[in-house]
Design a protein around this ligand. Structure first.
Ligand code: 7PM
Length: 277
């Protein structure tokens, strides 16, 4: 369970938790105000995250923020491909592409991406077959509803059971499409159709997802439930985000998706030092 097959003879060791650094190439991202929209500064930002210890760089060109403008595949490709190409030429750190669109998946993998990070868990038409044919790793994430409306009134019988059953179903669908289990990451999708209480319950019982037999990715960094619980704006959520990343790893996550790589790596090194193995 502690190695991810990236396809084409490549692997990623997950014996120690890996930090995935976020690079948004969008004008409407809520976390960085689109500061990294121009390709050169996005690459610079990504290389800074690598120097801080990121083990994966996640490149995204479409904001999943509720109410964000939809982006065409052509626009998304124009935003992310120059960044992925330059990044893959400059580092061996695996690059993931945050997209739901098959066209973007194909272009990103051709440019060097080795992980498809899809918040829709390959539910769009042709996404499963495309990911299977590309032969790279995938992250299957749980989301209840659609980004535009998912936070309106999320409801679950039991959030952990519901998320676990959804992910089990997507793993089966992905496997049936020809994606080997060794290439899958699973993700409960913190903040995607969840109340603050749902997010806390998922984090508390994260280890229950380990029964699915695949490494868990947790994305908690700067999320709005932190703001709701602590009354903090997005630019003041660093300390809570680091605490949440640490808790996620302690509760079974193998990958944490974060904006602030350096502080998170430092905290995880401390966790490693106290952990008996
Ligand atoms: C608005 C709402 C802007 C949500 C940005 C977001 C995850 C992800 C994102 C996650 C995986 C954010 C999110 N979150 N991919 N992409 N897991 N696998 O806070 O939790 O960055 S976008």
């Amino acid at each position: 369970m502690s190695v991810l097959d990236l396809g084409h003879g490549r692997t990623l060791d997950l014996t120690h938790a890996v930090v995935m650094g976020v690079v948004n190439v969008t004008p409407d991202s809520f976390s960085d105000g689109g500061r990294f929209t121009d390709p050169a500064s996005a690459v610079e930002q990504a290389l800074r995250l690598v120097a801080e210890g990121a083990g994966i760089i996640d490149v995204g060109g479409e904001s999943t923020r509720p109410g964000a403008q939809p982006v065409s595949a052509g626009d998304e490709i124009a935003r992310v491909i120059p960044v992925i190409e330059a990044l893959c030429a400059a580092t061996t750190v695996p690059v993931s592409i945050d997209t739901s669109k098959p066209e973007v998946m194909r272009a990103a993998v051709a440019a060097g991406a080795t992980i498809i990070n899809d918040v829709r868990a390959l539910r769009d038409p042709d996404a499963l077959d495309t990911a299977a044919a590309l032969g790279v790793a995938v992250c299957l994430m749980h989301m209840q509803g659609e980004p535009r409306t998912m936070q309106d009134n999320p409801e679950y019988i039991d959030v952990v059971t519901d998320v676990r059953d959804f992910l089990a179903g997507r793993m089966l669908a992905a496997e049936a499409a020809g994606i080997p289990r060794d290439r899958m990451l699973i993700d409960p999708g913190f903040g995607f159709g969840k109340t603050p209480e749902h997010n806390l319950e998922l984090l508390r019982r994260l280890a229950a997802l380990r029964i699915l037999g695949r490494p868990i990715l947790a994305g908690l960094s700067r999320k709005s439930f932190i703001g709701k619980l602590l009354g903090l704006p997005v630019d003041r959520r660093l300390h809570a985000s680091v605490a949440l990343a640490l808790l996620a790893v302690q509760n079974g996550a193998s990958v944490v998706r974060v904006h602030d790589v350096g502080p998170t790596v430092e905290a995880l090194h401390m966790l490693d030092a106290v952990t008996i193995r």
